[in-house]
Write a protein that binds this ligand. Structure first.
Ligand SMILES: Nc1ncnc2c1ncn2[C@@H]1O[C@H](COP(=O)(O)OP(=O)(O)O)[C@@H](O)[C@H]1O
Ligand SMILES: [Mg+2]
Length: 241
């Protein structure tokens, strides 16, 4: 199986302070990979470098074989990024918003088809014709994920997709991400809630203070640590450092 993403010894500093300290990991094609760690660990910084939105400090990042710095256009053509704080135009209906965004990717029939695909993915049913400002947080998140996925990226990168959502909404969002991955897209998500993403991810990398502490399948990590969930694995690893 090919590699969707390869990071090698990636570093990034903000004004002399190192936020990402030489991290390496690989994501296989077709998997849901979780970058998990507490607030301030360096997750968003890492995702933004992967998505060509932030210059790589040092080291290399390749997306489907394309270097994010040297071949940024090729990378942008196969990737989609959903920032944690993403918003949609509140005055538009969900349908109008997806059509508007599809217009950036394609024209005519192709754009129509893309928007229709997004509408289906969102699962918003008749509420797709309500204004975004009337949506709940969960509905807004569904719309944004549909927006990020309707162009059929090869790699979807999503930052803290369930933060701020209640149990049911978070569950539904994870189901949505699961079905997106089954349709063939590779997914990289970040989360500060390790417990929550455990069931969704085929593999995870745990990040703390800009360094990868552990990585593997949730089952492997739990077994090696003799822990019952990933949060426990993380706490033990950090305490024994
Ligand atoms: N634009 C920035 N300027 C300066 N420091 C930043 C900036 N963005 C993030 N940081 C710092 O880098 C570290 C990692 O942040 P971030 O990547 O946002 O972590 P996470 O997403 O895991 O919460 C934190 O200490 C944060 O304060
Ligand atoms: Mg973040």
């Amino acid at each position: 199986m090919g590699k969707a993403l390869v990071l090698e010894d990636v570093r990034k500093s903000y004004g002399g302070r190192e936020a990402v300290k030489g991290i390496s990991f690989e994501v296989d094609e077709g998997e849901i990979f979780g970058l998990i760690g507490p607030n301030g660990a360096g997750k968003t910084t890492t995702l933004r470098m992967i998505c060509t939105l932030l210059k790589v400090g040092s080291g290399t990042i390749k997306v489907y074989g394309h270097d994010v710095m040297g071949e940024s256009t090729a990378v942008r053509n196969v990737i989609s990024y959903l920032p944690e704080d993403a918003g949609a135009y509140r005055e538009m209906t969900g349908r109008a918003y997806l059509k508007f965004v599809a217009g950036f990717f394609a024209d005519g029939r192709e754009a129509e088809a893309m928007a229709e695909r997004g509408i289906g993915m969102s699962g918003l049913d008749e509420r797709i014709d309500s204004k975004v400002e009337t949506y709940s947080k969960g509905m807004r998140r569904r719309l944004l994920i549909a927006r990020a996925m309707m162009s059929r990226p090869k790699l979807a990168v999503m930052d803290e997709i369930t933060s701020g959502l209640d149990v049911m909404n978070a569950y539904e969002i994870r189901e949505m991400v699961g079905s997106i991955a089954r349709s063939g897209t590779t997914v990289l998500i970040s989360s500060h809630n390790m417990y929550e993403v455990e069931s969704l991810c085929s593999r995870v990398a745990m990040i703390n203070h800009g360094e990868i502490v552990l990585s593997g399948t949730p089952a492997e990590l739990k077994e090696e640590a003799g822990a019952s969930n990933l949060e426990e694995v993380f706490v033990r690893a950090v305490r024994s450092q």
